[in-house]
Design a protein around this ligand. Sequence first.
Ligand code: TPP
Ligand code: MG
Length: 335
Amino acid sequence: MIEVAQRSVIDEERELDGVGEQDLLDIYRSMVLLRTYDERSLVYHRQGRIGTYAIFWNHEAMQAGSAHALADEDWIFPSYRESAIGLLRGIPPATVLHWWRGHPAGWWNPADYNVASICVPIGTHVPHAVGLAWGKKLKGESACAIAYFGDGATSEGAFHEGANFAAVMQAPVILFCNNNQWAISTPISAQTRAETLADKAVGYGMPGVRVDGGDVLAVYEATREAVERARKGGGPTFIEALSYRAAPHATADDPRVYIDIARVEAEKKNECLGRYERYLRKLGVLGDDLEADIKAEAAEAMRAGIAAAEAEPDPDPELVFENAYVHPPPNMRDG
Ligand SMILES: Cc1ncc(C[n+]2csc(CCOP(=O)(O)OP(=O)(O)O)c2C)c(N)n1
Ligand SMILES: [Mg+2]
């Protein structure tokens, strides 16, 4: 029942069953959109146009590969690291930029996109995803749910409760762990004594898969299998996507004091988008013109997104009092 394997598609130059040229390019378009979102957001932050921002550079393969294995009916529960994954479901860039600006327009109705709110508390959305998936099962619906979280989240109570409940109830859910080997400044070696995070699946009684998180197609393949299992009544799957954080935890972090800089530089050279581009070029699916068009389209979407976000009027400060306090503290009103 337990499968723990490091699997690669791109490095082995494998082709995946049922994945045609159009699918390969759709996945590429999504990766480029996420990469562009991320790189522009860092600039917008440095210009003071958005607040603190959690960089996901080199996490795009994990996000796009898994999201493409889902159907629109399936629910996505992102953490802050997957803040822009909703773009792949049609959430406008301006909405996500609003979220990072702390503007109320940054919250959407989850039912409009089957994408839950971005979760900042570590792991607390895991039981939410499991509960939703279990509900779908009880109603006889075919949809499943995926929860994204980091290596650090696997030490949280909410993760354990959610994972155990998912297995006991055979909830159709995918627990997708982005193991970038750092929880801010805490390395994976201080996080667990387990040999791999996928090993933890054994204890819950669910399949655990370890996959190369820099290989978008390996991630897609692992998630597709998990989705198929969930739909067939086979219950949850734990996916550990292995990568290495090549950027700071967030714009407020200076990792030079704790990270292995040489390792970061090596990871940057083998970053996931470039790896996929090389694969697509070898297959003859991607050429210079198409690459330039796809990148220009994403850049334009981001330019329009920041313009729309900045055109939105400032929120009414009264909102803070309306929804948070019955009796607002007088010092807050004075401020
Ligand atoms: C319940 C909770 N405790 C502590 C924090 C502070 N915090 C923010 S990010 C983070 C590290 C999380 O690391 P990981 O789960 O590996 O995710 P990554 O940021 O690497 O994607 C912590 C401890 C938090 N947001 N929520
Ligand atoms: Mg981490």
